[in-house]
Design a protein around this ligand. Structure first.
Ligand code: ASP
Length: 436
């Protein structure tokens, strides 16, 4: 799997590191945009107007590239993830110290509970704090009305496609997730050898899509620059306050989840005597923060759990690699905060059906997210599409979110990895054969 964290490689100069490039693009974009605005908002027919057109074209191009990788990345990742889960459920009891059925059941159950709790927390925080309030009037949103009218029954019905190829062509992500889960569940039920071979092949395909995604992420700074120039030149600094509030809501949400909700859930699921990992997993948390990648943190998380937190090798080997792809609490929370924020900015009221859909899709999308830097931002389009909130204005706002994403991604990864350690501790207690 391609990734940034390779200890042998010499450190590249800072200007070649993606997050610095994004920050530099942001700063330059603000300066350029502000310069174009000197003397008032540029006329569309003026030279400055032409520059703005080119800048927003560049931004749109990069956003399209991001959208391009969403469906292959999510669907293949869900098929492989579900197939692995299914394979895990078929581990035979070799008479060891842990019961495979309990190991599997507690892992999946705890993953679901923690991710769902995070998504709901994000939704509630963003709804109460209203980071997108005080919006400037916006135009160009497609089909939002359709979504407002959609009922929960309608949404549930739409999950099952009548024609898989139509779903693929329309990018109907709910239907695609459903089909991916079905395929993933079916793979472990076919002949073992062929099933393994298929998982291997899909895994290789996923690696290929990851390489493309990494390449797309390399051009992200260009998109950020273009979007920033266009936004500052046309709208000034109106959006920055909202963006700051959005970031604060997410940071507060991740902090409350990690410091309050996860320890509580840990005790609830693992029993009152369970020791919730804290300082013992500090190295894993720090590695997550610096690499922005749950996948790259796997060896450190496993070592911290087995060497310092007293979790068995057996449990850590099962929970940690799986958790790094499937259990992404902070990523699920992020999707909810972004979606609520965007709807507030766009003046769209979330109906009950849309809210339930949002929380569910956020959890599913987080399952489909890869444990690599910036994986979360590619999912935003998917979530907004499920809510039927689309259009150029949505793209521009997503571009804005993208601009501040790197530091938030570092915190998200911390939230994701910490959740894996809490789940591992729960599972370790619950799957031991001596515990009933
Ligand atoms: N970078 C995160 C992780 O690896 C995923 C995300 O972008 O939310 O856990």
């Amino acid at each position: 799997m391609p990734d940034a964290a390779s200890p042998e490689k010499p450190r590249p100069p800072f200007w070649r590191v993606l997050h610095w490039q994004i920050l530099m693009a942001l700063g330059l974009g603000v300066l350029f945009g502000a310069a174009l605005r000197i003397g008032g908002v540029p006329e569309p027919t003026s030279f400055a107007g032409g520059v703005i057109d080119v800048a927003s074209w560049l931004g749109s191009l990069v956003l399209r590239l991001l959208k391009m990788v969403v469906i292959p990345l999510t669907t293949i990742s869900i098929i492989v993830g579900t197939a692995r889960l299914g394979r895990g459920s078929k581990i035979e009891d070799a008479g060891g110290t842990r019961s495979p059925a309990r190991l599997f059941g507690w892992t999946i159950g705890s993953f679901l509970v923690t991710s769902l709790a995070a998504a709901i927390l994000g939704f509630v925080f963003a709804t109460l704090a209203e980071p997108g309030a005080g919006s400037v009037e916006v135009e160009g949103i497609e089909s939002a009305q359709g979504a407002e009218g959609a009922s929960l029954y309608g949404v549930l019905l739409r999950i099952v496609p009548t024609n898989l190829f139509e779903a693929l062509a329309d990018g109907d992500i709910l239907a695609l997730i459903f089909v991916s889960v079905c395929l993933g569940l079916a793979i472990p039920r076919i002949d073992r050898k062929r099933g393994e071979a298929l998982i291997e092949t899909l895994d290789s395909l996923l690696d290929v899509v990851m390489v493309v995604t990494q390449a797309v992420l390399r051009v992200l700074p260009i998109g950020v620059f273009g979007l920033m120039v266009a936004m500052v030149a046309t709208q000034g600094f109106d959006r920055f306050e909202q963006l700051g509030r959005y970031a604060l809501v997410l940071i507060a949400g991740i902090a409350v989840h990690a410091l309050v909700v996860l320890p509580l859930l840990g005790r609830l699921l693992g029993g009152r005597e369970m020791r919730v990992p804290r300082a013992s997993v500090g190295t894993a948390v720090l590695t997550a923060f610096s690499t922005s990648s749950s996948a790259a943190t796997i060896p450190v998380t496993k070592a911290a759990l087995t060497e310092k937190a007293g979790v068995s090798e057996e449990t850590a080997s099962f929970v940690v690699p799986l958790g790094a792809t499937v259990n992404m609490d902070a990523t699920a929370m992020h999707q909810c905060v972004v979606a609520v924020f965007l709807c507030q900015v766009l003046g769209i009221e979330l109906t009950a059906a849309m809210s339930v859909t949002l929380v569910l899709v956020a959890v599913l999308a987080s399952v489909g997210a890869a444990g690599i830097p910036s994986a979360g931002i590619t999912l935003i389009f998917l979530v907004m599409q499920t809510l039927d909130v689309e259009g150029p204005e949505v793209d521009a706002l997503v571009g804005l979110i993208l601009v501040v994403d790197r530091p938030l991604d570092m915190l998200r990864t911390v939230g994701n990895v910490y959740s894996d350690t809490v789940v591992a501790a729960v599972v370790d207690r619950r799957s031991a054969n001596s515990i009933s």
